[in-house]
Design a protein around this ligand. Structure first.
Ligand code: SDX
Length: 427
């Protein structure tokens, strides 16, 4: 074990340097304030490890993403979303028996309390699905009291299974409510993703035929969105959980954070941007805007806090976009615009110097649109998939005996102490 020396006003202190199994070492500064009366200052946490985790590893320079050690490319190609959910939660790929037992458990938690269906009627039909998801998921703790005791490992497991199982039902109900169609109950004979497709696009008036190409593409999209280390929404879930909040409330907090266009809302914003660009000839205009310091416009679906190389998920999605559109016989000019935008941006000095590459949100919307989802549902689908990662990270934190409530400090630059002035003495 080596130490880092931090010297302030001539007084030096030693702080242990810890190594993980991969990635940067960390300087353990937990005693810094007690020893020096100083805080560290790291808005946006660009240089801060908030926790220890064994779930997901990202190497932003190499464009590497591993879930419990398995490369995302292999999981996307060979696994299923439900199997990846098991892997994230339990740390190992399931045996056939374990897989079938997990599938059985999740399948039998897919229905929601019937009273929850009336909850939707309180929203306007044109409410954004993410507003509905925040409200409905936050309300789940009012229906499932028997899995809110966070100190009971069995209740924690049931809450995890309920959240993974019910998110597709809740998301599909949000879509059905927005288009004025009746809710469909889950069909336990279908796959996790097939069940979601039927609840979303099926109607009571006729059988719904699942297109296996669509089912496979959407399952792959769910895998690619399942978890991603300590991103903004996962950190939100951990911080909410650190106070002892119930898992349903923590996931609702994660959904709220994911909604932002700088995070999970970028998939909706990216497709809207590609549609606004319309045709390749307009690309230079938007590239110029993205480079203009005085213009708040950014290329949505480009850039990443960690990836300073191509997001490995974007590579898989880029290939899947072509396959899905070709198989469905869809010719979407937006895909051509996306390809040309990527080509131009990746050869532009600004993007090269700032290491800006397509991220997970750049191509996903093109596939989701081809499947039939409105752009307003894109981030709800991201939340559906990411619930698995959020709940795995929450579980890891709850099982960490050293975990404490998260409570960052600040650099205060406001007024020093001053006395109250009665209103008749103010200028
Ligand atoms: C997700 O963290 C995760 O893991 C998230 C995620 C996950 O799976 O959970 O991967 C999912 O959120 C992907 C990111 C989706 N967001 C977008 O696509 C929105 C567009 N991208 C950006 O807003 C931005 O790139 C962020 C928010 C993603 C990252 O921002 P950072 O790390 O804070 O970087 P920055 O804003 O400091 O940018 C560095 C420089 C800046 O220029 P300078 O001030 O140094 O001159 O690069 C520029 C930025 O202006 N820049 C961009 C840009 N992204 C960064 N310029 C134009 N277009 C962009 N997209």
């Amino acid at each position: 074990m080596t130490n880092a020396t931090i010297s302030i006003d001539g007084k030096a202190g030693e702080y242990p340097v810890q190594s993980g199994s991969a990635g940067p070492d960390v300087v353990d500064i937990r005693k810094l304030y007690a020893n020096t009366g100083h805080f560290t200052f790291d808005p946006g946490f660009t240089s801060t490890a908030s926790c220890e985790s064994k779930i997901t590893y990202i190497d932003g320079d190499q464009g590497i993403l591993l879930h419990r050690g398995y490369p995302i490319e292999q999981l996307a190609e060979q696994s299923s979303f439900l199997e990846v959910a098991y892997l994230l939660l339990n740390g190992e790929l399931p045996s056939k028996t374990e897989h079938d037992e997990f599938k059985y458990l999740i399948t039998r938690h897919t229905m929601v309390h019937e009273q929850l269906a009336t909850f939707y009627r309180g929203f306007r039909r044109d409410a954004h699905p993410m507003a509905v998801m925040c409200g409905v998921v936050g309300a789940l703790s009012a229906f499932y009291h028997d899995s809110t005791d966070i100190h009971d490992p069995q209740q924690r497991v049931i809450a995890c299974h309920r959240l993974i199982a019910k998110m597709p039902t809740i998301a599909a109900m949000a879509y059905k409510y927005s288009v004025g169609q009746p809710f469909l109950y889950p069909d336990n004979s279908l796959s996790y993703t097939g069940n979601f497709l039927r609840m979303t696009f099926g109607v009571p008036a006729e059988p719904y035929i699942i297109n296996p190409v669509v089912e496979d593409a959407l399952d792959k999209i769910f895998i690619l969105h399942a978890d991603h280390e300590q991103n903004a929404s996962t950190s939100t879930v951990r911080l909410a959980g650190s106070s002892g909040a119930n898992p349903f409330a923590c996931i609702a907090a994660g959904i709220a954070c994911l909604w932002g266009p700088a995070h999970g809302g970028a998939n909706e914003a990216a497709l809207n941007m590609l549609r606004e660009i319309g045709r390749p000839e307009r690309i230079p205009e938007f590239i110029a805007r993205a480079k203009n310091k005085d213009d708040p416009f950014r290329l949505m679906g480009f850039g990443h806090r960690v990836y300073k190389n191509y997001d490995p998920r974007a590579k898989v999605l880029g290939a899947a976009a072509t396959k899905v559109l070709d198989t469905l016989g869809i010719s979407d000019p937006v895909l051509d615009t996306a390809r040309e935008l990527e080509r131009i941006a990746l050869s532009d000095d600004y993007f090269i110097e700032k290491k800006l590459y397509p991220n997970v949100d750049f191509y996903s919307g093109i596939i989701l649109s081809a499947i039939g989802f409105p752009t307003s549902m894109f981030t709800a689908l991201f939340a559906l998939a990411r619930t698995t990662g959020w709940i795995a990270q929450w579980t890891e934190m709850m099982e960490d005996n050293d975990q404490r409530i998260g409570r960052p400090r600040q650099l205060y630059t406001g007024y020093p102490r001053r006395d109250y002035v009665p209103i008749d003495q103010r200028s």
